[in-house]
Design a protein. Structure first.
Length: 83
């Protein structure tokens, strides 16, 4: 009881040393005729940290604050969830 989970570390950070240039996820948009995106662990790490920086510095959020987002099914959705 009382444990803490760092989903970002478990999903991204711990894989950087070994899988930096491998795909963390492959985004297949709808409609499928649009271009598919392969996002590496390094790119995902960069995007998550940039988004966290925006939330801290532009929005003034700090640890413990609660935030909700409404996003369509776009690659930025998992980035925001891992922040």
């Amino acid at each position: 009881m009382g444990g803490r989970l760092n989903a970002s570390y478990n999903c991204v950070d711990r894989h950087l040393a070994k899988y930096r240039n491998k795909s963390a996820f492959i985004w297949v948009p709808e409609p499928e005729s649009e271009e598919t995106q392969a996002i590496t662990y390094q790119e995902l790490y960069k995007r998550v940290n940039e988004f966290a920086s925006v939330l801290r510095h532009f929005c003034g959020l700090k640890q413990g604050d609660r935030v909700t987002f409404h996003l369509p099914m776009v690659p930025e959705l998992p980035v925001s969830m891992l922040d």
